[in-house]
Write a protein that binds this ligand. Structure first.
Ligand code: FRU
Length: 506
C-alpha cells in the first residue's frame, strides 16, 4: 500500500490538479465496489457528514474530503444535493482550507439557516511552525446562488482550559431565549472527553463560553467527544456524539469508537442534560461514526440523520488501493416512540425499488428471477411477525457463507457475520455483531449496494451497517427459513458518479 509523505497529505486542491483527479476518478469508476444509491466520495477519502440541511428547496450535504487518495490528509468540504434524499447530485468543492486558522484542514461542522442564508460553523484545524495544533470555530455562508464566503476571523478561539482537541461545532438557536448556541466536543486537561456550550446574541460575533454541558450521572466520556448534536424531537431532546475511548461492558460497543445517543431533557440554565436512561449505540453494525442531523423544518417531530460509513483509524484496503474510501449512510428519519429511538430509512426510500426479482409468501416462492445470484444493488424486505428462524447469505460462494444475516427464535439472537468473506477488514474489532431480540424478529429491511449492507430490524428498532468487499466469485444468494414472507427488488441507480470538482453557482 502507498506510504503517504507529510507533504503529500498536506496538499490543497488547485486548478492544476484537475487532470490528475480526473484520471483518478476514471480509474475509480472501474471499481466493482462503487455504489448505485449511496453517496460516495468523488475521489480520495470521505469521512464525516457536514452542514446537512434543507435549504432553498433542496437537501444539502457536505462531507469531509481529502481529494488525492484514501488517507486522512488535508480536509476540504465537498458538496452534494438532493430533492428527495434518494437521488443525489455531485456539486463540487465547497470549502477550501485556505486561511491561516485552517491551514491543516477544514474540519467538521453543521449548518444553520436564517434570512435565507445557509451558515456553516466548522472547525479550522491549524498548526504553527512548531507543529503545535490549535482548533478554531469558524463561520462561513452560502447564498441562494451557491456563492460561498467566509468570516475572516474565528468566531471562537480555543479555550486555554482544554487541550488542543476542541472541535465539531453544532450551531443552533433556542426559541425560548432567542440566543444562538454552539455545542462542540473537547478534551479536558485530564485527557477526558467533554462537551462545551457557547452562546451569543448574534451568529457572527460575541460568543462566550457558558461552560461544559454535563450529562447527569456522568463526568466525562472516554478521551475525546467528537461531533455532538442536540435535536428536539417532539417534547424530548436527543443528544448524540461520537466519543473516542469509551469503555462499556454491555452488549454491543465492539467497534474501535462508538457513536452514542441519550434521550432526555435539556436544562439550559444549569447546563445539564438529564437523560431518561443509559446511552445506546446509534448503529449496531461495524462501520458507523460521526452522525449528524439536518437543520430542517420539513419533517415534523423527526430528525433526519446521516453518518459516515467508516470509523476512526479503520482502513478499507480493497478500495484504499484503488484511491478512494468512504460512503455516507442512507439518510434516516429518527423519531421517539414510547420513549424509544426509532430509525427508519427516509420516507421516499421506495423510489429506490426497481423490478421485483423475488417474492415468497408463507415460505412458498411465487417468483424468482435472481438465478441464485445476489444483485449488486437491491432492497430486501422480510415481513414475519412470528419468525422461528431465518438465514440469508448475500454474496456467498460454494462452501462459503458470504455475508450472513441470521436469527433464531430459540436463542433470541440476531446476528450479522462477515467472517467468511474473502476480503477481511478491521478484524481486530471482531467479525460478527449480535443483538438480543427478546420480543422476536418481526421485520427486516436490507439495503445492499456493492460494498455496503444496511439492515433495519423491527421497523427501525435497530440498525446495523457493514462495509463488505465481495470478490467476483462471491455472488450467490441463499436463504433459509420457515414460512418466510420475503421480497427482493433490484435497486435503481440514484446517485451520480460524475466528475464534478468546481462548484457552479446557480
Ligand atoms: C471525526 C473527526 C472530527 C473531525 C474530522 C476531521 O471523524 O475526527 O472530530 O472534525 O473527523 O476529518
Amino acid at each position: 500500500m502507498k506510504e503517504w509523505t507529510k507533504e503529500e497529505k498536506k496538499r490543497i486542491l488547485d486548478e492544476e490538479d484537475l487532470p490528475e483527479l480526473e484520471k483518478l476518478h476514471e480509474q475509480i469508476l472501474k471499481s466493482r465496489w462503487r455504489c448505485d444509491y449511496h453517496v460516495q466520495t468523488v475521489t480520495g477519502l470521505m469521512n464525516d457528514p457536514n452542514g446537512f440541511c434543507w435549504y432553498n428547496g433542496k437537501w444539502h450535504l457536505f462531507y469531509q474530503w481529502f481529494p488525492f487518495g484514501a488517507v486522512h490528509g488535508m480536509k476540504h468540504w465537498y458538496h452534494v444535493t438532493s430533492e428527495d434524499l434518494v437521488h443525489w447530485k455531485n456539486m463540487g468543492i465547497a470549502v477550501m482550507p485556505d486561511t491561516w486558522c485552517e491551514n491543516n484542514g477544514c474540519y467538521s461542522g453543521s449548518a444553520f439557516i436564517e434570512d435565507n442564508i445557509l451558515y456553516y460553523a466548522y472547525t479550522g484545524n491549524s498548526r504553527d511552525a512548531q507543529n503545535q495544533r490549535s482548533q478554531y470555530q469558524l463561520l462561513g455562508k452560502m447564498d441562494e446562488r451557491g456563492f460561498h464566503s467566509k468570516y475572516p476571523e474565528p468566531v471562537i478561539f480555543p479555550s486555554k482550559d482544554y487541550t488542543e482537541h476542541q472541535r465539531d461545532p453544532k450551531l443552533f438557536r433556542r426559541e425560548e431565549d432567542g440566543k444562538y448556541y454552539i455545542l462542540h466536543g473537547a478534551q479536558n486537561k485530564e485527557l477526558q472527553g467533554v462537551l462545551l456550550l457557547y452562546s451569543s446574541d448574534t451568529i457572527s460575533e460575541g460568543w462566550i463560553l457558558c461552560g461544559e454541558l454535563k450529562v447527569r450521572g456522568y463526568d466525562h466520556f472516554g478521551s475525546m467527544a467528537e461531533c455532538p448534536d442536540l435535536e428536539k424531537i417532539g417534547d424530548k431532546w436527543l443528544l448524540l456524539f461520537s466519543p473516542q475511548g469509551l469503555e462499556t461492558d454491555r452488549e454491543g460497543f465492539e467497534n474501535r469508537c462508538h457513536n452514542i445517543y441519550f434521550i432526555g431533557d435539556m436544562d439550559f440554565e444549569n447546563l445539564e442534560f438529564i437523560p431518561d436512561g443509559q446511552y445506546e449505540e446509534l448503529d449496531r453494525g461495524f462501520d458507523f461514526y460521526a452522525a449528524q442531523c439536518a437543520f430542517q423544518k420539513q419533517y415534523e417531530n423527526t430528525a433526519v440523520l446521516e453518518a459516515w460509513v467508516g470509523g476512526v483509524e479503520y482502513t478499507y484496503p480493497p478500495t484504499d488501493e484503488e484511491g478512494w474510501a468512504g460512503l455516507q449512510t442512507l439518510p434516516r428519519e429518527l423519531t421517539i416512540e414510547d420513549g424509544k429511538l426509532m430509525q427508519r430509512p427516509a420516507r421516499n426510500v421506495d423510489a429506490l425499488k426497481g423490478e421485483l426479482l423475488f417474492e415468497a409468501k408463507n415460505g412458498e416462492i411465487l417468483q424468482n428471477k435472481t438465478i441464485g445470484t445476489t444483485p449488486d444493488a437491491c432492497v430486501i424486505s422480510v415481513q414475519n411477525p412470528d419468525l422461528e428462524s431465518f438465514t440469508l447469505n448475500l454474496f456467498a460462494e460454494m462452501n462459503h457463507k458470504g455475508f450472513e444475516i441470521s436469527y433464531s427464535k430459540m436463542t433470541g439472537q440476531f446476528t450479522i457475520d462477515r467472517s467468511d468473506m474473502t476480503n477481511q477488514i478491521n478484524t481486530e474489532y471482531g467479525t460478527k455483531r449480535t443483538i438480543s431480540l427478546p420480543q422476536g424478529m418481526k421485520s427486516l429491511l436490507v439495503f445492499a449496494d456493492h460494498s455496503i449492507v444496511e439492515i433495519f430490524v423491527n421497523d427501525g428498532e435497530y440498525v446495523l451497517t457493514a462495509r463488505i468487499f465481495p470478490t467476483e466469485q462471491e455472488r450467490q444468494l441463499r436463504m433459509n427459513g420457515k414460512n418466510v414472507d420475503m421480497s427482493i427488488w433490484q435497486a435503481n441507480k440514484t446517485v451520480d458518479d460524475d466528475f464534478v470538482i468546481t462548484e457552479a453557482e446557480e
